[in-house]
Ligand binder design. Structure first.
Ligand code: PCA
Length: 220
């Protein structure tokens, strides 16, 4: 298995989220659009697939399954907004919890847990290396062991627990980002807003760090 993967460019899936109740524009949607514009800069890192996900509990597993079948990602880097973020919040743990906030369809799952599997799964992204890369670039970065109880944690848990059929990237994890300073569409919640160009810079640093980590593991 490891041999077969050697000397192959990693397939990297990067996701962002749509707006959701209380947040009229999600900075991660703008981030995904900008990464699309920067394809020339990121092409060397691997085969990169950028995807937007809707904040919708019932559609998310299917959307992931589709991406799993189409992309078969080696790596999944999921981005979402947190009004509490003081910088790039490197999420260490996906938790088996669901909160009471309705999604874009007005739906709230009945159960307060996602499924009957483990209470938590750790991120498999190279978080220490990501932290060093972000901090080295002078970007704000924080650890988090609580990705919340809404769609971001729901996605993170699905990605790590292999809950969506056919979606099983060996390296996957979640990064919460702050609202943008210049975009009141994304309301703050006590975090420290970030300039859009810094957000893009940090996302590119994360992409390049994770791709470098993958290459190191596969002797490319
Ligand atoms: N943030 C929400 C859902 C989508 C997003 O970008 C969350 O933290 O769960």
């Amino acid at each position: 298995m490891k041999e077969a993967q050697s000397h192959r460019r990693p397939r990297i899936l990067v996701t962002g989220f749509s707006s959701f109740p209380g947040v009229s524009r999600n900075p991660t949607e703008r981030l995904i659009a900008e990464l699309e514009n920067r394809r020339a800069e990121t092409a060397a890192l691997g085969d990169i697939r950028l995807a937007m996900l809707d904040v919708d509990y019932r559609n998310l597993p299917q959307a992931l399954s589709r991406l799993g079948a189409e992309v078969r990602p080696d790596i999944a880097i999921h981005f979402g907004l947190s009004g509490r973020a003081g910088g790039f919040m490197l999420e260490r743990l996906a938790r088996n919890v669901v909160g009471p906030l309705p999604d874009n369809a007005g739906h709230v799952p009945e159960a307060r847990t996602i499924c009957a599997l483990a209470d938590a799964y750790p991120s498999t992204l190279p978080l220490d290396e990501m932290r060093d890369a972000l901090a080295g670039a002078g970007l704000p970065v924080d650890w988090s062991d609580d990705a919340g109880d809404y769609l971001c944690n729901f996605l993170f848990y699905h990605s790590r627990a292999g809950l969506a059929d056919g979606f099983a990237p060996p390296l996957s994890g979640f990064v919460h980002v702050p609202p943008l300073v210049d975009d009141p569409g994304a309301d703050g919640g006590g975090g420290a807003p970030i300039a859009f160009d810094r957000l893009v810079e940090g996302a590119l640093a994360i992409l390049s760090t994770v791709a470098g980590h993958w290459r190191g593991r596969h002797q490319m």
